[in-house]
Design a protein. Structure first.
Length: 343
């Protein structure tokens, strides 16, 4: 019943965002948008696509740093990165999701445990990818609060969010010093998870489930500790992660240049960062609909020409989904067709 309701909710949201997109495009004018896109400099559009592609390549290089021994060749790892991007796009929110696929294939080839392989994929994606966005998001909050004239209600919402994040950090620090309280919280969380039918069927009793969680968590934090200790690995991973994020932002900038529309770097950082943050709250696969809506709303709030804003979103998201869905699904299908190599 719950699954059916979720499907209805997802379909309802998809229809809502589709209608919203049609309304926005119709209001601005289909001919105006097509005319603007047709005038785009093809060389700069190609450069934007290559910038987006290079972000995936850099992510693959970063991931390869953590794989020891390096059994898989780079081309295969790149295909797995694209396949992971596809899985991320078909899972709720605009964050992680494809790490399980990457971890699964690596575990097959390198004959290591699935837990180890997924842990490596998660660590390199979260700690050297997604979390590097935090300074940029903080900058965006500060910029919005100090430079952009927005309604007091919106500023209040931003302040509330910052306070909420601060409270979460404060609670985490408190629990760190209050080991008994932290232990009780963790045990309660594990017990709640175990009550789900899927885990009850898979594990004989709560103790075996608890031991599995304990082992997996220990391995996960062991990998984090080891990666931090290796200064060269840490520096390389941070550099690659930062460059990958830069190339993603740069793809937007190049599209604005292709449309011969100068844009402030700060405006671009704020719009993309806040849209990415908002997309994490989405129930829809890959944050589709909400990401684009947030981007358009932020472009309008930053006084960017609506025609240009929509044109940029259409071009960039077409590239993004081309790599994530078309190339990603093709990579996944190819890996599936040759699955006997991983047996």
């Amino acid at each position: 019943m719950a699954s059916r309701r979720k499907k209805i909710s997802v379909r309802g949201l998809l229809i809502f965002f589709l209608v919203l997109a049609i309304f926005v495009i119709h209001s601005i004018g289909v001919k105006r948008i097509i005319g603007e896109i047709s005038k785009a400099n093809p060389y700069l559009v190609l450069c934007a696509f290559l910038a987006l592609l290079s972000a995936h390549i850099l992510n693959t290089v970063r991931w390869r740093l953590f794989l020891k021994p390096k059994v898989l060749k780079f081309p295969k790892l790149f295909l797995l990165t694209l396949a992971g991007a596809f899985i991320t796009l078909i899972t709720p929110s605009g964050g992680v999701g494809g790490e399980a696929v990457r971890g699964y294939y690596v575990s097959k080839v390198e004959k290591r445990s699935l837990t180890d392989s997924i842990s490596v994929a998660l660590i390199e994606k979260l700690f050297y990818g997604e979390l590097l966005m935090i300074p940029v998001i903080i900058y965006s909050f500060i910029y919005i609060g100090s430079q952009i004239k927005v309604p007091i209600e919106i500023k209040a919402a931003f302040v509330s969010l910052i306070i909420l994040i601060s409270l979460v950090v404060a609670i985490a620090l408190f629990l760190k010093h209050n080991l008994m309280g932290m232990r009780k919280l963790v045990e309660k969380t594990i017990l709640t998870i175990y009550k789900m039918k899927y885990f009850k069927k898979r594990f004989k009793n709560f103790k075996s489930f608890q031991e599995k969680i304990h082992t997996s968590v220990n391995k996960f934090f062991l990998y984090i500790t080891e990666s931090i200790k290796e200064k060269r690995l840490l520096g390389s991973a941070l550099l690659l992660g930062s460059t990958s994020i830069f190339m993603f932002y740069f793809s937007f900038y190049l599209i604005f240049l292709a449309l011969d529309y100068p844009i402030s770097i700060s405006y671009l950082i704020v719009a993309i960062s806040m849209a990415k943050l908002i997309s994490l709250l989405s129930l829809l696969p890959g944050g589709v609909g909400l990401t684009e809506s947030a981007l358009f709303a932020l472009f309008i709030a930053l006084a960017i020409d609506p025609v240009i804003g929509v044109s940029v979103i259409i071009i960039q998201r077409a590239m993004y989904y081309l790599l994530g869905i078309v190339a990603g699904y093709s990579a996944l299908a190819y890996l599936g067709l040759t699955h006997e190599k991983f047996e």
